[in-house]
Design a protein around this ligand. Sequence first.
Ligand SMILES: [Zn+2]
Length: 256
Amino acid sequence: MTIWWRLHQLGLCSLIATLLLAPTALLAAHEQSPTAASSLTQACLGRVPLGLTFDDGPSPLYTPRILSILARHNAHATFFVVGGNALRFPSQLRAEIAAGDTIGNHTFDHPRLPHLSRSAQDKEVSATTAAIIAAVPGVQVTLFRPPYGLLDHAQRERLLASGLSVVLWNEDSVDWRDPSPERLSQQVEAAARPGGLLLMHDIHPVTVAALDGILSNLGKRGFCFVTVGELERYRVASGMVVQHQAKGLPLIDSAQ
Ligand SMILES: [Zn+2]
């Protein structure tokens, strides 16, 4: 059964939002809006942002290599970590924060959340936030991404009420299918849109092998690479219009 069909069954197809704004319109908005420009880092001046996310880590093998590639390109990312890995490899979380990146919660065991009881769902989230804070004392955990994009309405309401934003994605690298680095680069570079949010993983060697080339090529096309928070600030400040494939939840869903 495909994820799409499962989402459909759950009435959650609309969870997957698509940004349809034309690149030229976004470039114009970027150039015309000093507020939008000031909401981005220096590396983004005169460029258009693409949000980078790496899920399922940290990995002692791959996360450090991804961090050094990001640094080479003045790029920032959000790492949606699994709590079990956060407990095992806390120094990787500290390295992510030291690099100026953001850490989000991606559950403790990476389950299909709608299959769990309410208390088990809540424990997946709270145990992961606790593991992140144990690794990086004082860090604010404000972002949550459900594994496979699967989330029932009641848990979503509880997450938002607890102050977590629910973050999905609209550009999937599908790096877990283990394509060749060349194929992965082609897929990502074809999918990249200004203001998009790209899903990758920091647990697969192919992602590490392809990332430097992807960032080089997208950088030549005028992209800069930002965290979820920076992407959302830019989107709000530039008045960027987000159109959904269907009525439903936005790409980055926060209680207002
Ligand atoms: Zn995941």
